[in-house]
Design a protein around this ligand. Sequence first.
Ligand SMILES: NC(=O)C1=CN([C@@H]2O[C@H](COP(=O)(O)OP(=O)(O)OC[C@H]3O[C@@H](n4cnc5c(N)ncnc54)[C@H](OP(=O)(O)O)[C@@H]3O)[C@@H](O)[C@H]2O)C=CC1
Ligand SMILES: O=C(O)CCC(=O)C(=O)O
Ligand SMILES: [Mg+2]
Length: 743
Amino acid sequence: MTVQNPTIIYTLTDEAPLLATYSLLPIVKTFTQAAGIEVTQSDISVAARILAEFPDYLTETQRVPDNLAELGRLTQVSDTNIIKLPNISASMPQLKAAITELRAKGFAVPEYPENPQTDAEKQLLTRYAKVLGSAVNPVLREGNSDRRAPPAVKRYAQKNPHSMGKWSPASRTHVSFMRRGDFYSSEKSMTMDRNCDVRMELVMANGQVMRLKEKTSLLKDEIIDGMFMSKKALCAFYEEQLADAKETGIMLSLHVKATMMKVSHPIVFGHAVKVFFKDLFAKHGELFAQLGVNPNNGMSSVYEKIQSLPAEKRAEIEVDIQACYANQPEIAMVDSDKGITNLHAPNDVIVDASMPAMIRNGGKMWGVDGKLKDTKAVIPESTFARIYQEMINFCKTNGAFDPATMGSVPNVGLMAQQAEEYGSHDKTFEVPADGVARIVDDQGKVLMEQHVEAGDIWRMCQVKDAPIRDWVKLAVNRARQSNTPAVFWLDPYRPHEAELIKKVNLYLQDHDLTGVEIHIMSQMRAMRFTLERIVRGMDTISVTGNILRDYLTDLFPIMELGTSAKMLSIVPLMAGGSLFETGAGGSAPKHVQQLTGENHLRWDSLGEFLALAVSLEEVAIQTGSPRAKILATTLDLATGKLLDNRKSPSPRTGQLDTRGSHFYLAMYWAEALAAQTDDIELAAQFAPLAQALTANEQTIVAELNAVQGQAVDLGGYYYADPAKTAAVMRPSATFNAALAKVY
Ligand SMILES: NC(=O)C1=CN([C@@H]2O[C@H](COP(=O)(O)OP(=O)(O)OC[C@H]3O[C@@H](n4cnc5c(N)ncnc54)[C@H](OP(=O)(O)O)[C@@H]3O)[C@@H](O)[C@H]2O)C=CC1
Ligand SMILES: O=C(O)CCC(=O)C(=O)O
Ligand SMILES: [Mg+2]
């Protein structure tokens, strides 16, 4: 019988994290092989996921396995150990761009059916829906989340505080959210008293019943919610905000999460586009419809589709676009040099990262003139928008946070088994006609019903009981282990959270709470409580549902550490395995621009280093391998040294970048291995590498920095050429040769 080596699965994803992987993974493999640990790779990039979905369109040699499905299966196996880097949750424009690139490279995957008519086209749309938006994380996150800044990282940030914009009490920046007609206002929630199947249907005015979703199987004790956002209320809200911004002379910005909330938020975004460019759509609406303009894809869709028009017509439309800008309030820019506004593409402004960046900047965003300005931050859905206003109020009163002294806010997030919004994608509908939307059980009993109008967005969310119990356990354990108060951010006035509170109170009884401080507070009170502590240097664990997990794990780290890339993100899988995410941010498309333009990558892999160390520790626990333990300990030492010696990547071209930072990690790791005395053989194996890297430090750094400054070609964006990318990401012959000599 062959004994399988312990395996860590390292995901290949997209954009900056994938580029970083080309440099880091060969280093990691060199070290782990020594301990007999295999690091295998699994490509779950958006391109690989498209190819995996369409084997019937590809030649035999072009076909790829469905890696995501396989990883999903492995999340149910007790010794699974996955390191997951951030991946693109593709908006529709990104998905279309990836398809175009693959087709140009000879992969005959079908065109994206933008306006499906036939059954075949509708089927294609269903297949592409599996790749669209947040399609990876909900599959892999079969556990709840534990995100925190490790003590060494927090200490480093306190000793080397990043810059913070100034907050003035006179700042006009504020958050605008709907006061009626949104999901919050209409939410209903209940806990199931038995296992059953439910259907989602619309009873139209003429009595006809339209089935929207035939069957969702629910378990006893599961919580379900039904809610809708009124299109009329949303559009009226946008009108009011535009009028108010215009009248009071403040810039306006829009913050949604169209990638993760992949069905509802593109529609919410699209309405903003149509209201802002009302005159344009009034004049050219018919033509736009013929051309297939989709406002949910932003103004990028208008610019793309008018390309087919004669120059004269295009010029007329351009003038009308400019007239809208002149008539409406100033809109925040994504790239003022290129004239790209907040309404250009739904993936350009993603609320979890964009709101913290604005708050860190003293409440300012970029205006059309390239200047920083106060902004009216429009976040239509009120459920969670209020937390940002609360933080803004605090900053206006107390000034900007001080990273040198502020406390820390780790998060324990409820997300397992497609909890809450993560499981809502196939249960979210743009209502086709006025009527009553209802959830009906298998005995014909109406569980919930709501009066809706055509164009409203209606959805159902669910969260199973076992994940809630696990989440409460994780929170109590974290509170005990770190001797830190834990606050459940739950609002008793929100029906879903009122149901959750009942369960939290019940499951807290499973634990001995002596000496553990636990609170349950509404979001605004929780935010205030946390901020009052944070400015006094005290830590507070936030225990939240899925959306606040997402928001808070960018918000606090960006204030505390300057970026959420430095977070330790652990997902203890409920079936016993582990998923280690790297950082809490995304795939940083701006970094790719800098690499291709100037051959400098500023991606910070600290998240990967931290994830790898805990992943190795887990291997040691699971297999009892002393070498895995030594690798983990020495990696942590190397990471600490890298921070102390400031060998993180610089954002500036010409200075140490991601590749240089990886070199230093390798050097410090080899030194730490060579210096340890628990395993002499391992020390001897790494001593020559440590020696070679220290002796050649200057040469290697010079080789790594020398390539910078010029544009490079990776042979693709979504499907880059592996050989070209490897050559770009591993440019030091001396370093490569030293690594190759370990075996
Ligand atoms: N876990 C996941 O899989 C996630 C995926 N995403 C996906 O990522 C993409 C981009 O999302 P976006 O909202 O722009 O957020 P990002 O977190 O990718 O980018 C925002 C900014 O954060 C900084 N940043 C993030 N990570 C790092 C890092 N490791 N090192 C240095 N700086 C970092 C960069 O700042 P600067 O430019 O100043 O250097 C970057 O421009 C989208 O496709 C989104 O769907 C988003 C969140 C999580
Ligand atoms: O799943 C996604 O699309 C984004 C997830 C995310 O932003 C997060 O987990 O912080
Ligand atoms: Mg996030």
